[in-house]
Design a protein around this ligand. Structure first.
Ligand code: PEP
Length: 254
C-alpha cells in the first residue's frame, strides 16, 4: 500500500513563508511517487498553495472545517469553500481542536459526513491522552472514538477516510525533542484500530483503510515507525515546518 504522509502546519507560516517552503520542497523531494503527500497549511495560505501545487503530485488539505455548506457561522469555513479553493483532504477531530476548542466525537462525525458529501477526504484524528493512558483506558478510548466518529458512515465511503492515530501524549507541541511513541506501542495501537474497524465494517475494509501515525514523527524515527506492518503513513506537525526534514521523512516511506 502506498504510504500517506501529511503535513499539519497548525497555526504557522505566512503566505510568503508557505510559498517559499513549497518552492524548496518541490526541488528536494525525491521519491514523491512512493507516497501520497499532503500539505495542510493554515486557511490563509490555501489559495496561494493551491496555485503553487498545481501540476505537482502534492495534495492540498485543510486543518478543519464546519459541517454546514453556508450560513451564519462567523469565523467558520465550509466544505464547499475548501473544495472551491482546491483542497482534496481535511483534517478532522485533531486533539488540539478537541482539547482547546471543545470539539467532541459527535461534532467530528457531522464534519466527516459533510466532508464526504462534498468529495473531501477526511483525515480523522483519534488517540488517548496521558491521563487515559495512565489509567489503562487506551483501547476503550480509541474504540469509543471510532464508534462515535464513524457512526452512520456508508460502508462504500470508508475507503475515502484516513485514520490518524495520534496518542496525545506523543504530540510535540512544538518541542523538537519530545518523544514519539515507540514503534511497538504505535504498532499495537494501529493493530487495535484495524481490529475495531473490522468489527464495525468488514475484513476487506479494515485491511484497506489507511491508518497513519502522528506524534513527534521526525527524520530520526520515521523509518522505524513507517516500516511497521500496520502503519500506513504519518501525520507530521513540527517536523513538517521545515522542507528538508519533511522531505527526509517522505524518503523513509518506501
Ligand atoms: C500533530 O499534532 O498532528 C502532530 C503530529 O504534531 P507533532 O508532529 O508536532 O507531534
Amino acid at each position: 500500500m502506498k504510504k500517506l504522509v501529511a503535513a499539519n502546519w497548525k497555526m504557522n507560516k505566512t503566505i510568503e513563508e508557505a510559498i517559499s517552503f513549497v518552492k524548496e520542497f518541490k526541488k528536494i523531494i525525491k521519491n514523491e511517487k512512493n507516497a501520497e503527500i499532503i500539505i495542510c497549511p493554515p486557511f490563509t495560505a490555501l489559495a496561494a498553495l493551491s496555485k503553487e501545487l498545481k501540476n505537482s503530485k502534492i495534495n492540498l488539505g485543510a486543518q478543519n472545517m464546519h459541517f454546514e455548506d453556508a450560513g451564519a457561522f462567523t469565523g467558520e469555513i465550509s466544505p464547499l469553500m475548501l473544495k472551491d479553493i482546491g483542497c482534496k483532504y481535511v483534517i478532522l477531530g485533531h486533539s488540539e481542536r478537541r482539547e482547546i476548542f471543545n470539539e467532541n466525537d459527535f461534532l467530528v462525525n457531522k464534519k466527516i459526513i459533510a466532508a464526504l458529501k462534498h468529495g473531501l477526504k477526511p483525515i480523522l484524528c483519534i488517540g488517548e491522552n496521558l491521563e487515559q493512558k495512565n489509567q489503562g483506558k487506551t483501547k476503550e478510548v480509541i474504540e469509543q472514538q471510532l464508534k462515535n466518529c464513524l457512526k452512520n458512515i456508508d460502508k462504500n465511503e470508508i475507503s475515502k477516510i484516513t485514520i490518524a492515530y495520534e496518542p496525545v501524549w506523543a504530540i510535540s507541541r512544538g518541542n523538537p525533542n519530545h518523544k514519539a511513541a515507540t514503534k511497538e506501542d504505535a504498532e499495537k495501537g494501529h493493530k487495535f484500530i484495524r481490529g475495531v474497524v473490522e468489527k464495525m465494517f468488514d475484513k476487506s475494509i479494515s485491511k484497506n483503510i489507511k491508518i497513519i501515525y502522528g506524534g513527534s514523527m521526525k527524520p530520526e524515527n520515521a523509518k522505524e515507525l513507517l516500516s511497521m506492518p500496520n502503519i500506513d503513513g504519518g501525520l507530521v506537525g513540527n517536523a513538517s515546518l521545515n522542507a528538508k526534514s519533511f522531505a527526509e521523512i517522505i524518503s523513509c516511506a518506501n
